[in-house]
Design a protein around this ligand. Structure first.
Ligand code: ADP
Ligand code: MG
Length: 450
């Protein structure tokens, strides 16, 4: 085969294996410079591209050439600016497969834009841990079967803990896997503003049609419609229309529906009628995993001990965690040094010292949470509404302090250490089977550290 057409065929084969973006960046301007027996020299337009091809794509290129030539190709690379041969290097001539992929990619981007979503929020860059796994599992299930089991899905948490990320990931994933579906994402404030505009412009019919034609309606920060009469009225009807048609509705908020002040009862009860899930602040390991993921995505090289420091020093939310990483990396860059633990320490200050809570504090926190009195936990009575919190107190003491079983028993009214062991095991089992208990315990531990 003549070398230009051999290379063209090779490229067509490679297009099947790699993403259009990678193809465009690394291969579009390459050529087959010389062929000498088994030696193939590829011309690259820059050192940068040459290095990348050598490091990452060499085996793939050799494999493609092998399948086309039946030789055992050895591939080398040189820098060679390609001659301008008409439009040869532009993507217009890169074969029907590539054109088709490009068209699809363009359509996908348009759909994302139309839907109001931001493409960067995906499941693949969402780190799952025990702080958010229920919410994540529900989100996954919704993508599989929108409008069925978990409808509406109401997701709530404090700020910066991933609500916007997760609700948008649902939308992006549905657009990716179910092309026919119409997804609409907006915040409740945008919903309100569009409604006001529609009223002013006398286009409420268009407004209604737009929102009622969604297969998947994603409204972020729904708490902001509270207290706004017209918006609540309109949203109530939109909600009902979609719900009746079994269209998927996902809402996020900073609180559970019943706790949102000035939210109409009829809305509150509808919001709470499907699946509720909350997300908590992640523990140290998950914070570290999030930082590692972030570095991987942004191709940042930061040592683990630095990331550990950042994970320790940022106790409030994930947005701040990302901000802290950015500050450390940016400052290191401007000083022309590698990010170190000392630098992170200088920028972020000392991480808060976390002393283990006392048994007393745990008992008080558990009592507070379940509106019981310490004497209930320490007493002999065993109805489940007291016995379960008592076991939870045992469990939390075991996890959060160094106290031995005997001492935990002493703290809880002189119970035997075997009773404590049994209580701890019981809760460990429940944590696996009962997401409610699990999130209660997380809230209690959060209150302890707060
Ligand atoms: P919220 O809407 O709850 O205020 P966001 O979804 O805006 O929070 O999250 C804040 C930042 O933290 C975003 O940049 C988001 O991508 C990131 N983030 C939150 N949760 C996770 C997670 N589990 N994994 C990776 N990144 C996360
Ligand atoms: Mg948000």
């Amino acid at each position: 085969m003549e070398k230009d057409s051999l290379w063209k065929t090779t490229l067509e084969q490679l297009q099947v294996e790699i993403t259009p973006a990678a193809y465009q960046t690394w291969f579009a301007k390459t050529c087959l410079e010389t062929v000498n027996g088994n030696n193939f020299i590829i011309g690259c337009p820059s050192t940068y591209i040459k290095k990348r091809l050598e490091k990452k794509y060499k085996p793939q290129i050799e494999q493609a050439l092998k399948s086309l030539t039946n030789k055992n190709p050895k591939v080398g690379f040189i820098i060679k600016k390609q001659q301008e041969k008409g439009k040869d290097s532009s993507s217009d001539n890169l074969g029907p497969l590539f054109q088709e992929q490009k068209k699809k990619e363009k359509q996908r981007k348009e759909k994302i834009k139309e839907s109001g979503l931001s493409p960067q929020y995906t499941f693949s860059n969402f780190v799952v841990g025990n702080n958010n796994n229920l919410a994540y599992a529900v989100a996954q299930s919704i993508v599989q079967n929108p409008g069925t089991r978990y409808n509406p899905f109401f997701l709530y948490s404090d700020v910066g803990l991933g609500k916007t990320h997760l609700i948008q990931a649902i939308g992006n994933e549905i657009l990716k896997t179910q092309r026919g579906k119409k997804v609409i994402y907006c915040t409740s404030e945008e919903f309100a503003n569009q409604l006001i505009q529609a009223i002013q412009n006398r286009t409420t019919a268009t407004f209604k049609t737009k929102f009622r034609s969604a297969d998947v309606l994603l409204i972020d920060d729904i708490q902001f419609i509270a207290g706004r009469e017209t918006t609540q009225e309109e949203f109530f009807h939109t909600f009902n229309a979609l719900y009746m048609e079994q269209k998927q509705i996902v809402l996020t908020s900073d609180k559970a529906p019943k706790d949102i002040p000035e939210l109409e009862d009829r809305l509150s009860s509808r919001f709470g009628s499907g699946m509720l899930a909350d997300m908590q602040f992640p523990d140290f390991d998950i914070r570290l995993a999030i930082l590692q993921k972030k570095c991987e995505d942004l191709k940042l090289k930061v040592n683990t001990d630095v990331l550990e420091y950042i994970a320790e020093a940022t106790p409030s939310n994930i947005r701040e965690l990302e901000g802290a990483l950015n500050r450390v990396v940016t400052l290191a860059e401007t000083q022309g040094v590698k990010p170190t633990r000392a630098l992170a320490q200088k920028i972020l200050g000392e991480p808060p010292q976390s002393k283990p809570p006392t048994a007393d504090k745990i008992i008080k926190t558990v009592c507070n949470y379940y509106t019981l009195k310490p004497k209930d936990l320490k007493g002999k009575r065993r109805p489940i509404r007291i016995a379960r919190p008592r076991q939870i107190a045992m469990y939390v003491m075991r996890k959060e302090t160094e106290l031995p079983f005997e001492e935990i028993g002493n703290q809880l009214g002189g119970r035997d250490h075997t009773t404590v062991m049994h209580g701890v095991t019981k809760i460990e089992e429940l944590i696996h089977n009962d997401p409610g208990i699990k999130s209660q315990i997380m809230e209690i531990t959060n209150q302890l550290s707060g």
